[in-house]
Design a protein around this ligand. Structure first.
Ligand code: NAD
Length: 469
């Protein structure tokens, strides 16, 4: 740990206290303050585009176009959506009053929760830190941000910009890794939004339980693909390759593995090879659009998956550059490959989170459903089938954070749809009005006139008024 992060670590309780005092002052509650904060966040992103582009290139070899498309634009779209609907969301709604409580009226009044901690991963270090922040600020909270230490240039940039764009202290940043995150989690928050892996998700939830702090957990897992649509194979392969190998496969909703029938495997492999060539050229290493693996530990884990697998596309790698080519593997026959905790090969047991795509032959769509249901509920399920019956089969007989037909990844950019997992892939959801709901408390306010005094009917003595229970 560096001296600067140690110094920051020692200031953690003070940072959280200051965020709480700011919330308690009421300064973040008026709609005008929320709008000001959302505009400040938008300005922070749009006025510093070159700095964000440089930071993401340094951390992940993310090209300026990728940075625009998958980081900055996504957050700006979320801000614009919130600014458009904020007044509507914030308006108290009329609530129903049962006949037994009439006369009376009820309102549902949304109120901010307080101080919200946002802990983010490294793979989309801007989007996954600041997208939740949009909802947190729209709902009138203050925020403490903990960017990932594994995207250090982006974390340092955000830590430098936040005080400039939020001089009132509504948003504060704590940089650092596990020690700082652990100290942060020992503080009391009113909500925690965590995006990362399930193992750390459990640590976060345990720490939150100490203070009975509610959590939104955006986790990972193995998002499967079913493919049986031969009609437009080049388009399917292109969408699949793009979704899998963007950011070198380091995307929580990247397709993890593809299931299809054995007869379709050769044509799919050929189409994927063409698609990869089209997108990143014959040598993706030379493409300015192809990413790098975040660190050597992850690189070694991913290259390890190639042992015992048959590499049918790619496989080239260079540890010095943390480069691993877009790679497609099949697993040798030796019994049917079963995806899940009992699978022979680790590439079928663990979340891949990198540019290795296994193709898993199964007998039928029904068998693919069984494979999916035998394992944790995934964050997303992608179905490439023109058959309405097959689409329905997957929708009705599996459970996942989301289902997308004929594409992958894109639901993450669909502002207005809830984004999140189910079971081991996540708890709670956000984006658009769902962020608003997650980071507000919807408080029922019930008003009962004193006259006529109908509550007398519910008060003893009952026999005196002839009420028989
Ligand atoms: P991670 O869980 O290792 O780290 C996430 C954050 O938690 C980082 O800020 C890190 O500093 C912090 N952290 C790490 N160890 C901690 C500990 N012991 N106590 C407290 N905090 C700790 O995840 P990662 O490697 O950064 O990201 C990869 C994982 O995130 C994958 O599993 C991926 O699927 C998941 N992910 C999910 C989403 C989603 O939206 N659902 C998005 C991106 C990534």
């Amino acid at each position: 740990m560096s001296a600067s992060t140690l110094a920051e670590g020692s200031r953690i309780p003070e940072t959280v206290t200051a965020a709480r005092e700011h919330f308690d002052s009421g300064a973040t509650r008026p709609l005008s303050a929320r709008i000001r904060h959302l505009r400040a966040l938008r300005a922070m992103l749009t006025e510093n585009e070159p700095d964000f582009e440089a930071a993401l290139w340094s951390d992940l070899h993310k090209s300026p176009a990728q940075t625009q498309l998958t980081e900055l634009n996504v957050v700006v779209a979320e801000i614009n959506h919130a600014l458009r609907y904020l007044r509507r969301w914030a308006r108290p709604k009329r609530g129903p009053v049962p006949v037994t409580l009439l006369p009376g009226r009820a309102r549902l009044v949304p109120e901010p929760l307080g101080v919200v901690l946002v802990i983010a991963p490294w793979n989309y270090p801007v989007q996954l830190l600041l997208d939740p922040l949009v909802g947190v600020l729209a709902a009138g909270n203050t925020a403490v941000l903990k960017p990932s230490e594994l995207a250090p240039a982006t974390a340092a940039l955000i830590a430098r910009l936040v005080p400039r764009y939020f001089p009132d202290g509504a948003v504060r940043t704590v940089q650092g890794g596990v020690p700082e995150a652990t100290e942060l989690l020992a503080q009391r928050f009113d909500h925690i939004v965590f995006t990362g892996g399930g193992a750390v998700g459990r640590v976060v939830m345990r720490a939150a339980a100490e203070h009975l702090t509610p959590v939104t957990l955006e986790l990972g897992g193995k998002s499967p693909v079913w493919f049986d649509d031969d009609a437009d194979l080049p388009a399917v392969a292109r969408r699949l390759a793009w979704a899998k190998f963007t950011n070198a496969g380091q995307t929580c909703v990247a397709p993890d593995y593809v299931m299809t029938t054995p007869d379709r495997v050769p044509a799919l492999v050929t189409a994927l090879r063409h698609a990869i060539d089209d997108l990143w050229g014959a040598d993706p290493r030379a493409s300015g659009e192809y990413g790098r693996i975040v660190n050597e530990h992850q690189f070694d884990r991913l290259v390890g998956y190639l042992t015992g697998a048959e590499v049918v596309i790619g496989g080239d790698h260079d540890r010095g550059q943390r480069y691993l080519a877009p790679t497609v593997v099949t697993l040798p026959d030796g019994g049917r490959p079963v995806v899940g905790p009992l699978a022979d090969h680790p590439v079928l047991r663990e979340e891949i989170f990198g540019p290795v795509l296994p193709i898993v032959p199964v007998a039928s769509a029904e068998e693919a459903v069984q494979v999916i249901n035998a394992w944790d509920k995934p964050l997303a399920l992608y179905v490439f089938s023109s058959s309405p019956r097959t689409r329905r089969l997957f929708e009705r007989h599996t459970s996942s954070g989301a289902v997308v037909h004929n594409a992958a990844l894109i639901h993450a950019a669909a502002t207005g749809l809830p984004f999140g997992g189910v079971g081991p892939s996540g708890i709670g959801a956000y984006h658009g009005s769902y962020s608003w709901r997650s980071f507000s408390h919807l408080k029922p306010v019930l008003t009962k006139p004193l006259r006529p005094d109908t509550l007398r009917l519910a008060q003893p003595p009952f026999t005196a008024r002839g009420v028989r229970l």
